[in-house]
Design a protein around this ligand. Structure first.
Ligand code: ATP
Length: 387
């Protein structure tokens, strides 16, 4: 049965059947179903991250070295929604990669504050089920073609009972999505044998992560080392992917103004704190209200990343730029944008959703049962959508 001749009423009737068997009324099932179809969110509430750094020469040994704690991230509150592409900006060492690590439960230090995915506190399992993380480095096998690479990784990533024709179809979809059609049968190559270009390698790395069709894609510097044209094309593909209903969060060093136009939301990190986080169109008006308009013919992102950074070339400059950075951080904490964002995050995460309340009210259902109920609904959908 194709999707076209499978009206939505059929899907919900299957779901209703499963839920009715479990003792839920029709209206209760409707509320739960509605929430499943709703926008997905990733919310961070006052997230801070501290790491322990060993200081002093190595010959003093681990025990004798003084322990120094470094605050890498401080008080980060933000919300990302499916259908939006968000860029995390900031100069080197501002904490961009660390924030991705905290979101994806890969951090090695101590994290305070909360990260929620769809109002559930993020755990490694949730991340494994719903997110993909594209790291800075491309680790690909040089002797395989692009298609072979994707077929090989599909075998490892997709469930063991996925048929070969489904795998091939999935690979073809991802190849088209990432614009790899022209190089699909070219060898990836490496340092000895030249293969596809750097931009294409990046696309293959991203394509690998898309095989599982994640709800959320986190990318660390996907455009690093690419020329501006290739970088723009890559971000355009990511924006298209986000607009189809995914949460896309990428870190970026030096975004061009063309890339800026593709973004829905931007966050500027400066020494581990936010100096701005909001809609891309709000960036210039916000800083203009603070007394820092963007000069004509200047890339706004370059300009504000630059203004948010500390210039350590001489003492006077360092004092001046540190004061400006602190002003930006304090102003953003007190801004309407931040206060509103914080309220939204609190409302969304501290008050359980109606659907969740309904499920929780069933005394016999514990947290693991809630997962089972959601899984049953998912499978019911799959059964109806499949033949
Ligand atoms: N586990 C750790 N131990 C010690 N220092 C750390 C650790 N993790 C992060 N840092 C420090 O925190 C700061 C932020 O690092 P992070 O890699 O997040 O920056 P970034 O903005 O991604 O930089 P870049 O753009 O250069 O990749 C750096 O000064 C880094 O040295």
């Amino acid at each position: 049965m194709s999707l076209k001749c499978c009206p939505r009423a059929n899907i919900t009737s299957e779901v209703h059947y499963v839920m009715n068997v479990m003792g839920f009324s029709k209206s209760q099932v409707d509320v739960i179903q509605q929430e499943l179809d709703e926008t997905k969110t990733l919310s961070l509430h006052r997230v801070s991250y501290v790491v322990k750094q060993g200081a002093g020469p190595w010959w003093k040994g681990v025990c004798l070295r003084p322990e120094i704690y470094k605050t890498v991230l401080s008080n980060i509150t933000m919300q990302l929604k499916s259908g939006q592409i968000t860029a995390l900006l900031g100069n080197s060492g501002s904490g961009k990669t660390s924030l991705l690590d905290v979101i994806s439960c890969r951090s090695s230090g101590s994290v305070t504050g909360k990260v929620y995915y769809n109002n559930y506190e993020v755990t490694k399992t949730i991340i494994q089920d719903h997110a993909s993380y594209v790291m800075q480095a491309d680790r690909l096998l040089p002797n395989l073609t692009v298609r072979e690479t994707l077929l090989y990784t599909s075998r490892l990533k997709l469930p063991g009972n996925t048929s070969y024709s489904d795998i091939k179809e999935k690979v073809q979809t991802v190849i088209m999505e990432m614009g790899l059609k022209n190089v699909a049968d070219s060898r990836v190559g490496g340092q000895i044998f030249r293969g596809i270009s750097g931009g294409e390698r990046r696309r293959v790395t991203i394509a690998i992560q898309l095989l599982q069709n994640p709800d959320m894609v986190l990318l660390d510097e996907p455009t690093s080392g690419l020329d501006s044209h290739t970088a723009r094309h890559l971000v355009k593909s990511l924006a298209d992917m986000a607009h189809k209903g995914k949460i896309v969060l990428l870190t970026i060093h030096q975004p061009s103004s063309d890339i800026f136009k593709l973004l829905d939301q931007v966050a500027i990190l400066t020494s581990g704190e936010l100096s701005f986080c909001g809609g891309a169109s709000e960036l210039v008006p916000y800083f203009s209200r603070l007394g820092y308009p963007c000069p004509h013919y200047m890339n706004p992102m370059d300009h504000y990343i630059d203004l948010s950074s500390i210039d350590r070339r001489d003492k006077d400059l360092e004092v001046k730029t540190t004061e400006r950075q602190q002003l930006f951080i304090r102003s953003f904490i007190a801004s309407d944008i931040n206060i509103e964002a914080e309220q939204i995050v609190i409302e969304d995460t501290l008050q359980p959703s109606r659907g969740r309340q309904l499920l929780s009210n069933k005394r016999t259902l514990g947290p693991s049962h809630l997962r089972v109920v959601y899984t049953i609904i998912r499978y019911a959908k799959i059964i109806v959508l499949a033949e």
